[in-house]
Design a protein around this ligand. Structure first.
Ligand SMILES: [Zn+2]
Length: 490
């Protein structure tokens, strides 16, 4: 009797723990760490184009469980493709790069394709996903914008304000795909400004989420609630890698936006915005996070685990705040109108491109001046113990200037050079001096939108040089520049 009881107890425990352990094991697949094995190595940076992407996507059409169809053309006649992975009863839809200069998710989508195309020890997981879900993906909805790395389409319509009028071919395509599939979940994939922090903390919003509202009242019905539930799951994944680096977008209803309308049309829609992790300009860490988030989301949709989520965690995600700058110089005693106001000065960068938009260069300008105590810089400098000295302009005959060492020009207090021509964009980006061709362009004041060069002195000696929103210790700069002359940049 006792033996039987022990046995049955053992059997009972075995029966309930084995399936639980198994499902738990499935949930703990380390998608994030697996990424490097599935990374699409042919895409290395953000500036890939339609012509790079399309052959890669089409190549999947020959594989089992993949389908690729052509669903139309952009304004300028570039093909737009729809990729399908799996054959399950639950359709979900991902669309990336409706803004042409927001490519992070597209990179991760290619990595996800590689993941599902490969056969390995995770086949049990892949088969489960393929059996439960039909994953539809439109990678690069706005190829014309991507071609010249801009947000809007060829006619400069913002596709995310064209969900009602549908005047762009790209918008029509997205609406038609949604209506024909009626997806359960939609993933609206974007990149956001580098300058958002996650709430009031001095942490960049590396990922931001939103379950868009479907009406002015911001009501929460089942469709929107399910989007919030899935966001909570993805949020936990990101927080486990980057605690405190997740933000939430304001949910003011935008009647022209796709996310808001998708929600209204009955697809639980999740906006994912890829932000900036300082030091990762090509956003490869965000790409890896997206890879993990997508697979985690697919798993949780397939096993319907999201239904067990309560909704409070979503509302605990702090709102994005636009508080970040590339550089903040604090406590600067700035000689102005015979007074010495103490000011903080910040810089932000914009990117310019070479002619084929395959390479980018950063230009910084002053973004704010005054009390910036509520702001945060990726780099900060306390200038209160230094004396500000404006950079001078070097003028003279080119034959005399060209052989001067760049470090000597800077050490002698110059931050600008009046020259007869500009170096090419690539060289100019490496030269820590501003080259101008007309003296009237010498505008070295601290003012919004300007890009002044100046020195910080201590005990009468120049210690720090500020150029193009970058802080250089002069001794370090000497090591970087070595013997380089001005002519070396031409
Ligand atoms: Zn966007």
């Amino acid at each position: 009797m006792q033996v039987k009881s022990i046995l049955s107890t053992f059997l009972f425990i075995f029966l309930i723990t084995v399936p639980l352990t198994k499902s738990k094991a499935q949930e703990q697949i380390p998608f994030f760490d697996l990424w490097s094995s599935f990374k699409e190595e042919r895409i290395k940076d953000r500036l890939f184009k339609h012509e790079d992407l399309i052959p890669m996507v089409k190549a999947y059409s020959t594989l089992p469980d993949f389908e690729v169809s052509q669903i139309g053309y952009s304004f300028e006649g570039r093909e737009i493709l729809l990729l399908k992975i799996g054959h399950g009863d639950t359709p979900i839809l991902l669309w990336s790069q409706m803004h042409g200069d927001e490519p992070t998710a597209t990179m991760a989508i290619l990595d996800v394709c590689k993941f599902f195309a490969q056969s390995d020890s995770l086949d049990y997981f892949k088969n489960k996903i393929k059996n439960e879900l039909s994953i539809y993906i439109i990678p690069m909805l706005n190829p014309d914008g991507a071609q010249i790395y801009k947000r809007r389409n060829a006619l400069d319509i913002d596709l995310n304000r064209d969900a009602m009028m549908l005047e762009s071919p790209e918008s029509k395509i997205l609406k038609q795909v949604r209506d024909s599939l009626n997806p359960k979940f939609g993933f609206n994939l974007h990149d956001q400004s580098a300058y958002y922090t996650a709430g009031a903390e001095n942490k960049p919003a590396v990922i931001s989420f939103l379950a868009p509202a479907y009406n002015e009242a911001k009501d929460i019905n089942d469709v929107r609630a399910n989007a919030m539930r899935l966001i909570q799951i993805m949020n936990r994944l990101v927080q486990s890698k980057l605690p405190g680096n997740v933000g939430r977008y304001n949910d003011t209803f935008e009647p022209r936006a796709f996310g808001d309308n998708m929600q209204l049309w009955g697809t639980s829609t999740i906006l994912i915005e890829s932000g900036y992790l300082p030091g990762d300009p090509e956003k490869q860490y965000n790409r890896q996070l997206h890879f993990a988030m997508f697979l985690d989301a697919f798993q949780n949709i397939a096993n319907k685990r999201y239904l067990f989520e309560s909704l409070h965690e979503y509302h605990d995600i702090p709102f994005n705040q636009r508080r970040a700058h590339d550089l903040i110089v604090r406590g600067l005693k700035y000689p102005y109108q015979q007074k010495f106001p103490v000011i903080d000065v910040s810089w932000q960068r914009t990117e310019t491109f070479n002619s084929d938009y395959r390479k980018g260069y950063y230009k910084a300008t002053i973004s704010d001046i005054g009390d910036l105590s509520t702001m945060w810089g990726f780099e900060e400098l306390d200038a209160s113990q230094y004396e500000y000295v404006a950079g001078k302009i070097l003028k003279g005959a080119w034959k005399d200037m060209q052989n001067m060492k760049v470090i000597d020009i800077i050490r002698s207090g110059h931050s600008w050079v009046l020259a007869k021509s500009q170096p090419d964009q690539e060289s100019a980006s490496k030269l820590p001096l501003q080259i101008i061709l007309h003296e009237r362009d010498f505008k070295n004041e601290i003012k919004i939108s300007r890009n002044p060069g100046f020195f910080l002195h201590m005990n009468g000696q120049a210690k720090i040089y500020i150029h193009n929103g970058i802080k250089y210790e002069l001794d370090e700069l000497a090591n970087i520049l070595g013997e380089k002359t001005l002519a070396d940049y031409y």
